[in-house]
Design a protein. Structure first.
Ligand code: COA
Length: 419
């Protein structure tokens, strides 16, 4: 990332200056992150974070030679309806406790927008530690995930007959080659997923240790079918407690080409000996499991949370790159207080074969904030819903409904990869 002087602001005078964090500063970047996130990195986790940072674009806020703010960006290809787009996958966003609320994060993001423009990334995305932070910067919650729990102290009741094909456990090291095609197919169905290379599979999907729960065992990969799998699950287990709390199966990922294959995998996970609970922490709200469960007291949604926060850094590039489910011709009045090129009135002509988006002086049919447009972009939120919530204003009757139909996707967007 390039060096940019920042405008002066703040309690004690000028902002720090922003520049790329060179490779030989990664050690101090990790010290900074561990301070800010109140975490102690053991040697293995430190090595893993180091490998991740090496592959990211890294931007630092420096006061003289001291690092006081950090932002890193994975170079992602994010699936969007009908294709994929380059996306800055933000991580390690952190400002030193001594430098909070002085505009450091705002300065880092200003720099990031410039970096996205020069590197051709129309999207930026992140998983937020606190939901209140990012709306002001134009990020909208574009995917919503559920935590699903199965009481597996009794056999799982399903209304679908499980695929009787063989199940086998495979070495996680061989998983990327074996599972890659199934994952790619799933990614084409559901917008919001980053493409994965071997590194991403190993570090983000199949790390040896679960970062949030060191009592969970290593990742296990089970696949269904002879030869080319028709489905797979990645899971970890934890032993029960002496007080009678049953052992746990934590499902990190489950993808299946058919309902019967999904039924076979869920049945397997719910029947592992010495466990009595299955917890799938990040499932899409339209997971077929919720319909195929014979007893919804046995399969319960225990939580729902915004997952991927999306920023349309270049609204025009983003809207003209996605596919559309139905034609629409609407003038949008978009409010973007951070990126001037996105702000104003634009005519969107959407058609199943593609769309155009050009500045116009015509009156607006629908007004909305750029963060709410981002929430709609992958198909997870509808403009009509925004109008009902008082977050968008419809000036022409039917405009929101036309946009709903155009934005609609067959599957809800989904991204289980937390970064
Ligand atoms: C969150 C964090 C990066 C913000 O950095 P910062 O330099 O203090 O932010 P800024 O001074 O640029 O503040 C920008 C705006 O966001 C607001 N804001 C910052 N942190 C916020 C929070 N946790 N909740 C709500 N609003 C917040 C500020 O009030 C300010 O609002 P304004 O522009 O309307 O005045 C910093 O507090 C931090 O490192 N926190 C701990 C780590 C963390 O939570 N990182 C985010 C991981 S996704």
């Amino acid at each position: 990332m390039s060096t940019q002087p920042a405008p002066g602001r703040g309690r004690t005078g000028d902002l720090p200056h922003f520049r790329e964090v060179p490779e030989n500063h990664i050690g101090r970047a990790l010290d900074h992150a561990s301070l800010v996130f109140h975490e102690t990195y053991d040697d293995e986790l430190r090595r893993r974070h180091r490998r991740a940072l090496l592959r990211c674009d890294r931007l630092g806020a420096y006061e003289e030679d001291r690092l006081v703010g950090l932002l890193a960006a994975h170079r992602l290809q994010l699936s969007v309806p009908g294709g994929q787009l380059p996306c800055a996958g933000l991580t390690f966003i952190s400002v030193a406790p001594t430098h909070r609320r002085r505009g450091v994060l705002s300065g880092l993001l200003e720099e990031l927008w410039r970096h996205c423009a020069t590197t051709g990334r129309p999207l930026a995305a992140l998983w937020a530690s606190e939901a209140a932070i990012y709306g002001r910067y134009g990020f909208g919650a574009a995917t919503s995930l559920c935590t699903v729990e199965i009481d597996s102290r009794r056999p799982l009741g399903l209304r679908v007959t499980p695929d009787p094909g063989p199940l086998r456990l495979v070495d996680p090291a061989g998983a990327p080659a074996l599972l890659g095609p199934l994952h790619e197919a799933a990614r084409a169905r559901r917008a919001g997923w980053p493409a994965r290379d071997r590194h991403w599979w190993r570090e983000q999907v199949l790390p040896e240790e679960d970062e949030d729960d060191d009592e969970l065992g290593p990742p296990r990969v089970v696949v269904l079918g002879h030869g080319t799998p028709t489905g797979y699950a990645v899971y970890r287990t934890r032993d029960g407690d002496d007080d009678g709390t049953p052992g746990l199966v934590q499902v990190d990922e489950l993808e299946a080409g058919t309902a019967q294959a999904a039924a076979a995998l869920w049945s397997y996970l719910a029947s592992i000996d010495l466990t009595g609970r299955v917890r799938a922490w990040g499932r899409p709200a339209d997971d077929p499991l919720l319909l195929m469960a014979a007893d919804r007291d046995q399969v319960r949604v225990t939580g729902q949370f915004p997952a991927l926060w999306l920023r349309l850094v270049d609204v025009r590039a983003a809207l003209t790159a996605r596919s559309w489910a139905a034609p629409a011709d609407v003038v949008l009045d978009v409010r973007d207080t951070r990126i001037a090129a996105n702000h104003g009135r634009f005519r969107l002509v959407a058609a199943p074969g593609g769309g155009t988006y050009e500045a116009t002086s015509a009156p607006a049919d629908l007004s909305l904030d750029v963060c709410d447009l981002a929430a709609c972009y992958l198909g997870g939120t509808s403009p009509s819903h925004l109008v009902r919530a008082g977050l968008a204003t419809e000036h022409t009757a039917g405009a929101a409904a036309a946009l709903d139909a155009a934005l609609r996707t067959e599957y809800l967007p989904f991204a289980g990869d937390e970064f």
